[in-house]
Design a binder for this molecule. Structure first.
Ligand SMILES: [Fe+2]
Length: 367
């Protein structure tokens, strides 16, 4: 889409596009979005122009279309100039509310058989420059990735995690090594008990974006891991149970984590959606759900909706089941996938940690 012509009006600058659409940008908007070096810092891309503390004279003297540099130049009556690139104007041609990026729904899977490109690669591959890109793309497309032939050590696992971004700190520490023989475990994750499908961190305002797990020692029976695509359940419910979907988009569910001297609590709907109704985040942990009470009819409707999600997540045919083995590093999108674990007997030692969601998105944008 190119600019065919421009026209100055009282309301703003009209731009006639090659696809025959017309945009009208208000003068104040053009001045505020100027990309000239004085108005927008060339390196940091931070706004320098102060559109508010000093009244600016937004009376236009002249507007030029600079085809060579692909910029629109606005000369103002006060002799200052604004410069806006064709690219910025193109990307802003339609007014719309800012919206967060939705989870990519292109490759949702309702059963492991629906996973078209199985997301696995070797440790050697992921440690190359191109490898990181493939690793990120697997997570974006399918929600998880398995890295095989990894050295079964905490150091190698940490090194892989730090290739992506710094490791997030939490009440469990940053990068951690743990086993199922702790004397006083402060979470079921550190025991041999079964854990239902869930996402981590329903009790923190900003749930971890990615979770990485590596079983570095294993002398046990059972303990199979299951992954479930929460986004696929969301889309199924949107279609088949619209009322329940709506309830789960709107009712804040409290999650909590309690131990001596710690009481974390956060509230979020099970499906967090953007202003287009697209799902941004799935949050579900029935174990960590805190007490809450709605009006009776609403409470009953909530239980029905929550129960539909719970039962879909627990359908075994929906679950990708595997055993975490020394040498295979699992990373998954904790804003999309649910994870679960069967009970085990014997000994396991694991290591891993979290990444923030924005750091994962940042790496994807910068690819
Ligand atoms: Fe977990």
């Amino acid at each position: 889409m190119n600019i065919k012509s421009i026209n100055s009006t009282d309301e703003g600058l009209e731009i006639f596009w090659s696809d025959n659409n017309v945009s009208c940008f208000p003068w104040v908007w053009l001045r505020d979005h100027s990309e000239s070096e004085e108005d927008l810092h060339p390196d940091s891309k931070q706004r320098q122009i102060d559109s508010f503390s000093v009244p600016l004279n937004n009376t236009v003297n002249k507007v030029l279309l600079d085809e060579a540099s692909e910029n629109v130049i606005v000369k103002w009556e006060d002799e200052s100039e604004s410069c806006l690139s064709f690219d910025l104007l193109k990307s802003m041609s339609e007014p719309s509310l800012p919206h967060s990026n939705a989870l990519k729904s292109a490759s949702i899977w309702n059963a492991p058989i629906e996973i078209k490109f199985f997301p696995k690669m070797t440790y050697e591959e992921v440690m190359t420059d191109d490898g990181i890109k493939t690793w990120l793309m697997h997570i974006q497309r399918t929600g998880f990735v398995l890295v095989n032939d990894s050295p079964a050590t905490p150091e190698a696992t940490k090194e892989l995690m730090e290739r992506i971004a710094y490791i997030r700190n939490s009440i469990f520490g940053g990068f951690s090594v743990w086993d199922n023989k702790l004397e006083s475990p402060d979470d079921t994750a550190f025991t041999s008990l079964a854990i239902e499908p869930h996402t981590d961190g329903t009790y923190v305002h900003d749930a971890p974006g990615l979770q990485t797990l590596h079983c570095i020692k294993r002398d046990s029976i059972g303990g199979e891991n299951q992954l479930i695509d929460g986004l696929a359940i969301a889309e199924k419910m949107r279609k088949e149970f619209p009322e329940a979907f709506d309830i789960l988009c709107n009712i804040n569910i409290p999650g909590r984590y309690i131990k001596p001297d710690t009481y974390l609590e956060a509230h979020r709907p099970l499906f967090r959606v953007n202003n287009k109704g697209e799902v941004l985040q799935v949050s579900f942990n029935n174990h960590d759900r805190a007490p809450f009470r709605l009006e009776n009819n609403e409470m009953v409707r909530f239980y029905d909706a929550y129960g539909i999600f719970h039962n879909l997540a627990n359908q075994t045919n929906r679950q990708f089941e595997f055993c975490l083995e020394p040498g295979t590093i699992l990373t998954f999108d904790n804003w999309r996938l649910l994870h679960a674990r069967s009970a085990l007997t014997g000994y396991r030692q694991l290591c891993g940690g979290y990444h923030n969601r924005e750091d994962f998105e940042s790496r994807l944008r910068a690819l």
